[in-house]
Design a protein around this ligand. Structure first.
Ligand code: ZN
Length: 71
């Protein structure tokens, strides 16, 4: 009723989480399930994945690491 889009929203994208001390993993932007590697469709919500976007978590982790060291 409030939707402006009439298209069915069955697409999404992977958010690539880059970590400082761990290997990267991927999060579905739609349902936020996390996977070790990207697939063509989300195994949880079934969205078709159109792209992958980077979200460098290591920036936050590095700040946290600095805070620990600087304490
Ligand atoms: Zn999903």
């Amino acid at each position: 009723m409030f939707g402006k889009s009439k298209q069915p929203d069955n697409t999404s994208y992977w958010i690539r989480r880059e970590h400082l001390f761990r290997s990267d993993n991927y999060e579905c932007a739609r349902c936020h399930v996390k996977k070790d590697r990207p697939t063509n469709a989300c195994p949880n919500c079934g969205a078709l994945m159109k792209s992958t976007k980077s979200d460098p978590q290591w920036v936050d982790e590095l700040e946290m690491f600095d805070a620990i060291l600087g304490d």
